[in-house]
Each structure stands twice: as structure tokens, then as C-alpha cells.
Design a protein around this ligand. Structure first.
Ligand code: FAD
Ligand code: SF4
Ligand code: SF4
Length: 402
């Protein structure tokens, strides 16, 4: 019989699920990794797909929930500063200029943290995620660049407890961070820092293959891709060449079911519960978009001030017509012929939304699509699952009947 230490936390008695077992969130599971650990004990409250409690967690983490009277806050979450930034010397092979990896390396080098939860790839597959607790700059660098697939980052949380680490940095996307924040007090840490990225339209490894096969001219040589502010998907290939495909030419009829159901019901695009968020969508092309949510986030950003140049965020154009017109296309899975897609892409790029207005365009397009998806597939969940800020965003548009 195994003995239980008298004052050991309740979760120590819980058992992680085997990889093949069905998760409590069923088909909505985003494979965040929590259920691969004994912290599954808290899954009912922690899982982003079982309990939506972003406003409550915002108050716990940032001392207040987002101010719904301030349009920038309903879109981008609680923040104290926002800017565009890029590294003077970009890290080769990073997703953008490598601000995320650089902050993590500084935090480790200066002894602020003992380990960094991040995600490398497996030896055999550059897109298959392999979460790790990095304890050297080389291990952090090995995790640079997006693994554009669902990744069980929290699966290493039991190893964190076993290692005795007390100061930790976690890098992750919204659904991972919501679960992490819910169990934060149970982790036995003295200090937790959270560096988030925005995230949308994620896929399983099989879904990624389908996306590459239907969209790229050479799926097997793609090393990186991003949905860019110029309304095109940019693929980078092994030989260094770049391929661009206009959003409006994507084979949406074939790609309709490619995104994971979790991501079709996700409303935390901007990673509301991280201390600091580093993305690209609110910044000019080539720059990264930084959202400082609280004092911890500011301290983290200060560590790399001498490595980056910054400029204020800007906003230009009006997204509303473009969003309204794209709703039926998203909904019905319409594909434009490539010549028309290129023409439309060019027109929108010239006169279309830029900077924060582009970020709002992307949020509006995804939230209206996801709202319709939840309404159709999970009508009983709609009221509790969709946060108030997302309802407000969606209410600006006329949606087709469910
Ligand atoms: P790097 O220095 O290259 O570091 C990347 C970090 O991301 C690494 O530390 C790694 O651990 C982590 N990471 C990689 N893959 C995953 C994963 N699957 N889950 C969790 N963590 C991961 N930004 C936007 O503005 N708009 C978007 O629509 C958007 N979509 C994204 C979708 C996904 C799936 C991901 C992972 C990120 C997305 N981002 C988006 C963020 C953006 O693409 C960059 O990751 C971010 O700007 C950081 O760039 P960097 O060069 O500083 O990162
Ligand atoms: Fe568990 Fe995470 Fe899946 Fe929810 S999303 S069921 S917490 S592994
Ligand atoms: Fe998680 Fe949302 Fe990203 Fe999907 S889109 S991986 S649910 S944060």
C-alpha cells in the first residue's frame, strides 16, 4: 500500500490520465497538458472549456477585471502599456524577432527564475511539440519558433514540483494559461511569471498536415508560417524562399473542419491572464506587438530594453465593413478564385485596417465565427462560456441565423 504524507496536498492522490484516455472536456479538449498530471484534481475549475472565469482570474492576477467602458480593454484585456517593438539583432530562426526567447534567457541568466516552461519539437518532426522545463539559455533557444499545433505545455507541472523549483517562468497560449492560473496557488512556488503569446486557429498535428497540403505549394519543406497583417499567409521553406497565399484564396471549403474544436470555441485570443503578451497583430509589419498587463510584466520587459527599439502603437482604417462581409464567407466556407482573392487582398491591404485596427479586425472575425460555432454546436454552453467582452464584440455585427 502506498503511504500518503499526512499534510500532502489533496491533488497528490489524483492520477494523471493516460495519453489515450478521453479528457474531461471531451472533443473540446485543447490538450493543454493539465490532465497529464495530478493537477487534474482541479480540472473542473481549471479547464478553459469546462469553466469560463476569465474576469475572476483577471482580478486575482491583475487586481482588476477589464474595464468594459474602454474599447481597447474589451478587445485587448487589462493593460498598463502597449507598444510595437523589435530586436536590434533578431534571433535567427525565431518566429518574429525573438523577444519571447530573449526575455526568458535574461530571466534565467539573472537568476530571477530557476526554470522556464517552453516547447521544443521532437527530433523526428519539427512541428510535433515537446514541452520542457528549460534550465539553460540553449534549451530556451531550442524552443524558439511556433509549433503551430496544440501543445501539452502543462504536462511538465509535476516535474516542476518534483524538482523543488520555487521561481518559474511559463511561456504559453491562452487556454494553457487559464488552467495554470487556476492551479497557481497549488504549485508551491514563491514566484511565477507568465509570458504569453496571442493564439488563434490552432490545429492537431493531423490538422496541420491537411492545412499545409491544401495551402502550400511544397508542404514538406515548410519550416514556418504566419497569418500576416498584409492579409496573406506567409510560408518560409527550407531553402529560405517565401511563399504567400492570400487569406481570401484559402480553400475554406476544405479547411472548414481543420481547426480544433477547442479553438473554434476559444475567446481568449489575446491571452488575458499573462503578465506580458508578445504577438504581432497590433503592430506594423515586421514589428512585434507588446501588451504589458501588470507590474511583473513591466519588470520582465525592462530586462530587454537595451536589446529592442520601440514605437507607439497606431490604428488606421475601419474594419467593420470587411468583418461584416467576411462573416458569410467564413460561415459557408466559400473560396474565391485565386485571381479574385489576390485582387481583394491587394485592395484591402491598401485601404484596409492597420495596427490596432487590424488586431480588432482579426478578433472580430474570429469571435463572430466562434460565437456562431458555439451557438450551433453547444447552444447550452453559449451563455456561460462566452465572456461578456466577447458578447459585446460580437453584438456589433449582424449574424446569420444559427
Ligand atoms: P520566439 O522567440 O520564436 O519564441 C516562441 C515561443 O513560443 C517559444 O518560447 C515556445 O515555447 C512558444 N511556443 C511555440 N509553440 C507553442 C505552442 N503551440 N503553444 C505554446 N507555446 C508555444 N500572435 C498574433 O499577434 N496573432 C496571432 O494570431 C497569433 N497566433 C499564434 C498561434 C500560435 C499557435 C502561437 C504559438 C503563437 C501565435 N501568435 C500570434 C504569437 C506569434 O506568432 C509569436 O509567437 C510571438 O510574437 C513571439 O514571437 P518571438 O519571435 O518573440 O518568439
Ligand atoms: Fe484537461 Fe487541458 Fe484538456 Fe481541459 S484542455 S480537458 S484541462 S487537458
Ligand atoms: Fe488554446 Fe485558444 Fe490557442 Fe486553441 S486558439 S490553442 S484553445 S488559446
Amino acid at each position: 500500500m502506498t503511504s500518503v504524507i499526512p499534510d500532502s496536498p489533496k491533488h497528490h492522490k489524483s492520477k494523471a490520465l493516460k495519453p489515450s484516455s478521453r479528457r474531461p472536456a471531451k472533443e473540446l479538449c485543447s490538450e493543454c497538458g493539465l490532465c497529464d498530471t495530478y493537477y487534474i484534481h482541479y480540472v473542473k475549475e481549471a479547464c478553459a472549456f469546462l469553466t469560463q472565469h476569465i474576469a475572476e482570474l483577471e482580478t486575482q492576477i491583475h487586481d482588476r477585471s477589464r474595464n468594459l467602458e474602454n474599447e481597447d480593454e474589451w478587445y485587448f484585456g487589462v493593460y498598463q502599456d502597449m507598444m510595437a517593438a523589435r530586436k536590434h539583432d533578431p534571433i535567427p530562426g525565431a518566429q518574429w524577432t525573438g523577444i519571447v526567447s530573449s526575455i526568458a534567457i535574461e530571466m534565467l541568466n539573472r537568476g530571477w527564475v530557476e526554470g522556464v516552461v517552453c516547447v521544443q519539437n521532437t527530433e523526428s518532426d519539427r512541428f510535433q511539440p515537446q514541452p520542457v522545463i528549460a534550465t539553460t539559455p540553449a534549451e530556451i533557444l531550442a524552443a524558439r519558433v511556433n509549433k503551430p499545433t496544440l501543445s501539452p505545455n502543462l504536462s511538465v507541472l509535476e516535474q516542476v514540483a518534483a524538482s523543488g523549483m520555487k521561481r518559474l517562468l511559463v511561456i504559453g497560449v491562452g487556454c494553457q494559461i487559464q488552467a495554470l492560473r487556476t492551479v497557481e496557488k497549488e504549485l508551491g512556488l514563491e514566484k511565477l511569471y507568465v509570458l504569453g503569446t496571442p493564439c488563434v486557429d490552432n490545429v492537431t498535428r493531423a490538422g496541420l498536415q491537411k492545412f499545409l497540403d491544401t495551402t502550400s505549394r511544397s508542404p514538406s519543406t515548410v519550416v514556418y508560417y504566419e497569418f500576416m497583417q498584409d492579409f496573406r499567409v506567409h510560408f518560409k521553406h527550407e531553402d529560405g524562399s517565401t511563399e504567400t497565399v492570400p487569406f481570401f484564396g484559402l480553400k475554406t471549403n476544405q479547411l472548414k473542419d481543420v481547426f480544433a474544436p477547442s479553438c473554434m470555441t476559444c475567446f481568449d485570443y489575446v491571452n488575458s491572464l499573462a503578465d506580458l503578451v508578445v504577438g504581432y497583430m497590433g503592430a506594423p509589419y515586421g514589428w512585434q506587438w507588446i501588451v504589458v498587463r501588470n507590474d511583473r510584466g513591466q519588470e520582465m520587459l525592462d530586462l530587454v530594453q537595451d536589446q529592442i527599439e520601440t514605437q507607439p502603437v497606431m490604428s488606421q482604417g475601419d474594419r467593420k465593413n470587411a468583418v461584416q462581409q467576411s462573416i458569410p464567407a467564413y460561415d459557408k466556407g466559400v473560396t474565391l478564385p485565386m485571381w479574385a482573392a489576390k485582387l481583394m487582398g491587394l485592395a484591402i491591404e491598401r485601404i484596409g485596417p492597420k495596427g490596432l485596427e487590424y488586431a480588432r479586425f482579426s478578433i472580430d472575425s474570429h469571435f463572430t465565427r466562434n460565437y456562431l460555432y458555439v451557438k450551433r454546436h453547444y447552444p447550452d454552453k453559449l451563455e456561460a462560456h462566452v465572456p461578456d467582452y466577447a458578447k459585446r464584440i460580437v453584438s456589433q455585427y449582424k449574424l446569420p441565423d444559427a
